[in-house]
Design a protein around this ligand. Structure first.
Ligand code: MIC
Ligand code: SF4
Length: 645
């Protein structure tokens, strides 16, 4: 039977389940990655599993999010991560070495392998033909321990690319076009597979940009074939022996097909406050910019930054606009220095930031109040920049650099002929910031500073659920709404009691206090609840506050899995009209929830005691997920099983 590339890789890694869209399957994981903001929890969970060494082919721990050290917290985390990596067999990419996805692509990714990462942009690895998936830290911890990863076998969307990108049009415009068509929940339950003659016109960094931002579609992953361009990239990285060609069978069938003629695209921009609010750059020429930021795991490859440097050569950035640039990796930075491109960037008046996530996650460089910021990033959710009333626009390197010169959003085609950026003939490759794990693990002591607090664990589920609707929210609520990030809150990622004070703080600052006073309760959400990041803190911290269940119209994949992993029951409205009939403050009761879960029931009666009405909620859960919920979470279940109960 002809297969898509996605299903070829799934088949070669299948451990359990029937490989057909919609079924729960388990696959083996070859590689894992973690980053610091989700990694401390993932390694605490790994330690709790009681396994002495990782069992993957390669596991890497990156430090790229929490690099501002305005106190002991982040530095404590880094020391813990370095020591725990060394002890348990994990490579450690030191702070300053770059953003996990960029470095992983350069130094570790292998076509055809599976990669599970505790970050939603892990699918960047799809740029070299990996099946790379983002997940919560606990799922990654289990995979590090050699356990399988459970997922719903996806549908596969085939995106047929043809033609060549025109001058000043880039890979970012391809993914913005896909977002314009499919929207932020159009990829849920699906893998986006790129194919067609247009693929070979894109190099690996460009493919990685497209695969990266498939996360904004809610997709399980995105993937490109592995071909001669992949071979060139791997050779440049001195890893030619890891190359293998891979493609879908020519007559493979797709669940949906989309055609994109690259030559018809033009420079695009996503407007505030959603990555799918896409419009042509030329239509935004009246937007004055307080700042331009170039970087993030989406657009900070050597290709992008060489382009930026060539445009800036001999020019100055606009005096009213602050322009910052963060190279995706130290390798990118070293090569910019080697080619002289770095000089053009610095001479133009660009502020140079550390090679890390930085402003993408609100770690510095927040815009000034009520102004507009143009960023080559992937997310522009309200408040994520650190400035609640800022307008953040997203674009590729071409639009960003043109706008940096003029101080307003500018279609780069107005600059005349674009500079030529060809693939380099060789690269500076220096792995000295990647530390191999110890070969004497018993001698390594794990260092736990005061910022590393123990993991809270939930008790097994009671017979039913009763509680108040603590909050009712609308559609497309992001994990940035549920558990905000930024320079102030991120350093508390290893301290759940402390971070839980900020749950929903930007939506309703009284949430945490009320949840505690009421000893927990429920949250009601609209469509695509929990879109965005993989941060399990968006489940773990609400669990700590006593959240028992979330009733929504639909859920985003990773957040739904995280809720289950921490014993919070995700339920959907059988009739979306019932959403309207609930108000914040209503008392809900589901008396026999545990019984229904145990018996495999797919629906449950919910009583609204305040409104004196009853309605039906759906439980779309596998047998495994029900077991996890009844046990009060995956760690409890794993412990029970290993104790033979
Ligand atoms: C993000 O881009 O939102 C993050 C920060 O990288 C998150 C992970 C986190 O919250 O630590 C993600 O994308 O998963
Ligand atoms: Fe870092 Fe931003 Fe990429 Fe998340 S999206 S990994 S914060 S650069």
């Amino acid at each position: 039977m002809p297969r898509t590339l996605t299903y070829k890789i799934l088949k070669s890694h299948l451990i359990e389940g029937e490989l057909a869209p919609g079924n729960e399957i388990a696959v083996s994981i070859d590689q894992t990655l973690t980053q610091d903001a989700t990694g401390t929890m993932a390694y605490l969970q790994f330690e709790a599993l009681g396994i002495d060494r990782v069992r993957t082919k390669t596991s890497v721990s990156y430090v790229d999010h929490n690099t501002l050290q305005c106190g002991y917290e982040n530095a404590d985390d880094h020391r813990y991560l370095q020591s725990v990596a060394s002890k348990f067999g994990v490579y450690f990419s030191r702070p300053g070495n770059g953003i996990c996805h960029q470095v992983h692509l350069e130094r570790f990714g292998v076509p055809g392998m599976t990669l599970l990462g505790s970050d939603s942009h892990t699918p960047t690895g799809g740029g070299i033909g990996m099946l790379a998936i983002g997940a919560g830290g606990l799922d990654v911890a289990v995979a590090m321990g050699g356990g399988p990863f459970y997922l719903t076998a996806p549908q596969v969307v085939g995106v047929w690319l043809q033609g060549n990108l025109g001058p000043w049009v880039s890979a970012k415009d391809v993914i913005l076009e896909v977002l314009r068509r499919l929207k932020v929940k159009g990829g849920v339950g699906r893998v986006i597979e790129y194919r067609g003659p247009g693929v070979e016109t894109l190099g690996v960094p460009e493919r990685a940009t497209i695969a990266n931002m498939g996360a904004e579609l809610g997709a399980t992953s995105s993937i490109f074939p592995s071909d001669e361009r992949t071979r060139d990239f791997m050779k440049l990285e001195h890893r030619g022996t890891h190359f293998r060609p891979l493609a879908a069978d020519p007559d493979a069938e797709y669940d949906e097909e989309i055609d994109i003629d690259l030559s018809k695209l033009e420079p695009l921009v996503a407007q505030p406050h959603s990555p799918d609010s896409v419009i042509e750059a030329r239509k935004l020429s009246k937007v004055d910019l307080n700042q331009v930021a170039i970087g993030s795991c989406t657009n900070s490859s050597l290709r992008d930054l060489e382009l930026v440097a060539r445009v800036l050569k001999g020019r100055k950035v606009h005096p009213e606009t602050s322009v910052a640039l963060a190279p995706g990796s130290r390798q990118v930075l070293q090569n910019l220095v080697a080619t002289g491109a770095f000089d053009s960037i610095v001479s133009a008046g660009v502020r140079i930031l550390e090679s890390a996530c930085g402003p993408c996650i609100g770690m510095g460089f927040s815009p000034s109040s009520g102004t507009a910021s143009l960023r080559t990033f992937n997310r522009n959710f309200e408040g994520r920049s650190g400035t609640p009333d800022a307008d953040v626009y997203l674009c590729g390197a071409e639009v960003a650099v043109a706008s940096a010169l003029t101080g307003r959003i500018t279609d780069p085609r107005t600059l005349g002929r674009p500079p030529r950026v060809s693939e380099p003939e060789s690269l500076v490759v220096d792995d000295s910031m990647i530390l191999a794990p110890s070969d004497k693990p018993s001698k390594v002591a794990v260092v736990r500073g005061p910022n590393i607090q123990p993991l809270p664990i939930r008790k097994a589920m009671g017979p039913g659920v009763k509680g108040e609707v603590l909050l009712k929210v609308g559609d497309n609520i992001t994990t940035d709404h549920i558990m905000p990030a930024g320079a102030k809150i991120l350093p508390l990622r290893s301290n759940i009691p402390a971070i839980s004070q900020y749950v929903f703080s930007a939506v309703d600052p009284t949430f945490a206090q009320r949840a505690k006073e009421k000893k927990g309760g429920l949250v009601v959400g609209g469509e695509n609840y929990g879109q965005g990041s993989s941060r399990e803190h968006a489940a773990l911290a609400p669990m700590y506050l006593g959240l028992k269940a979330v009733l929504a119209k639909s859920f985003a994949r990773i957040h739904c899995a995280n809720l289950i992993n921490f014993g919070i029951v995700p339920m959907t409205f059988a009739d979306p009209k019932d959403y309207a009939a609930i108000a914040q403050g209503d008392q809900l009761e589901i008396p026999s929830l545990r019984k229904v879960l145990t018996k495999g029931g797919s629906t449950v009666e919910v009583r609204n005691l305040t409104k004196k009405r009853t309605f039906t909620a759906n439980l779309s859960l596998s047998a495994r997920q029900r077991e996890i919920l009844v046990a009060g979470g995956l760690l409890n279940l794993t412990k029970q099983k290993s104790a033979g109960k």
